[in-house]
Design a protein around this ligand. Structure first.
Ligand code: AOS
Ligand code: ZN
Ligand code: ZN
Length: 388
């Protein structure tokens, strides 16, 4: 008998994790971008690769786009291509970090003409969303300053609000804006949206269709991220996750690679707060595979999320509540740790087989020959872009 109950399996059955198109492109650090044989040459090939991840895991039915990295002549056509591959097009990510005009800001810039240009880019992203059927516009801003006194912190915050209002006004009834925060980089002294509080303040002033995006790699070391997850869910403002893991800063490594226990704690708060399979909370990956193959890197990532979700679902909530209420510190901690230490991999493998999937998706993908095929067929794959 499986250690996963029918209720747990039903929750896992519904789980879906969106893949970033840029995870399939070459990426690296400012020191070197290594080319990987078989790297996609255009958005069509990125989507074909993302569809492989879904084919082996049934966990990743949508792909996030990045504009302009994924600009194509016809988004209707790209949408059909995605559907032909069994996936949909998801969140559209804007980019205001690769243009010389944005050296001193985009949505916060002192110059109204540059702010207008940045706002127009976001309006164009919403046009793309109309064509792709995407719900969410994800905004991450590389804006800030490097030296004390360089910028008027307050003025920038006011201009940010004004610019976001103009973008928000263009959203359709079923569309949303999610504002991602990050404590530093590329600016090193101040960042205009550095923390969940600033994102929350900005999106709350916009309205119900604006939410916070939490990237797990965007916090100072030692931050209690699950507390933020709890708080945003409690406030009804957690719109999406960018999952990845980090050892030092915004490392964008495979989710669950650096600190599986932290991933478990985050997913426990997601479940506790009603966020699992809640359509208002989008689960996305934001990762780059600098030295490993990209498709198996993404397969590993979604499986890690699934495994930690299964473990978090195993927490005996009644026993935990009883221990918490009676002040039994060690019993409460033991209930929590029992679930974390449970190996769910055999049960998930069994469950996959019962659904006609391979027990071991990593091995099945490796045996499929797809990686060799793309390595032979594709020459001159593209770079994901800076900063992903
Ligand atoms: C940047 O650090 C953020 O994590 C962004 O979410 C992401 O990398 C971006 O949207 C892709 O450019
Ligand atoms: Zn991110
Ligand atoms: Zn990031």
């Amino acid at each position: 008998m499986s250690i996963l109950s029918p209720d747990t399996l039903a929750e896992l059955e519904k789980q879906s994790i969106e893949l970033p198109s840029w995870a399939f492109g070459n990426s690296g650090t400012r020191f070197k971008v290594f080319g990987t044989p078989g790297t996609p040459r255009d958005p069509y090939e990125k989507i074909a690769d993302a569809a492989q991840v879904n084919a082996y895991t049934a966990l990743a039915p949508s792909v996030a786009l990045h504009i302009p990295w994924d600009l194509v002549d016809s988004f209707d056509d790209l949408r059909k291509h995605a559907e032909d591959h069994g996936v949909t097009l998801g969140t559209v990510n804007s980019n205001t970090f690769q243009d010389d005009d944005y050296k001193f800001g985009a949505l916060t810039h002192e110059d109204p003409a540059i702010r207008r240009k940045a706002i127009d880019h976001h309006l164009a992203c919403i046009d793309v969303m109309d064509a792709t059927g995407s719900r969410d516009l994800k905004i991450w801003l590389a804006e800030g300053s490097n030296y004390p006194g360089q910028a008027d912190l307050r003025g920038r915050q006011d201009r940010l609000q004004e610019s976001l209002e103009k973008i928000y006004a263009r959203l359709g009834d079923d569309q949303r804006l999610v504002l991602e925060y990050k404590f530093f980089e590329p600016a090193f002294y101040h960042t205009d949206v550095p923390d969940w509080g600033t994102s929350y303040a900005q999106v709350s002033a916009l309205g119900d269709k604006a939410m916070v995006c939490l990237d797990t790699g965007h916090h100072a070391p030692g931050t209690n991220i699950e507390f933020i997850v709890m708080q945003l869910l409690r406030l009804g403002k957690l719109g999406s996750f960018d999952f990845n893991s980090r050892f030092y800063a915004d490392d964008d490594l495979i989710v669950g690679a650096a600190d599986p226990f932290q991933l478990f704690r985050i997913l426990f708060e997601v479940i506790r707060g009603g966020g699992l399979n809640n359509p208002d909370v989008a689960f996305m990956l934001d990762q780059c595979h600098n030295v490993e193959d990209k498709i198996p890197g993404q397969i590993r990532s979604v499986l890690n999320v699934q495994e930690m979700t299964a473990r978090a679902l195993l927490v005996d909530r009644d026993a935990l509540t009883a221990a918490q209420k009676s002040g039994d510190v060690l019993a409460a901690n033991a209930v929590f740790m029992d679930a974390f230490y449970t190996d769910v991999r055999p049960a998930l493998a069994q469950w996959r087989e019962s659904r006609g999937l391979a027990a071991d998706p990593m091995a099945a993908y490796a045996a499929s020959g797809y990686q060799q095929r793309i390595a032979e067929e594709r020459v001159g794959g593209v770079q994901a872009g800076w900063g992903a």
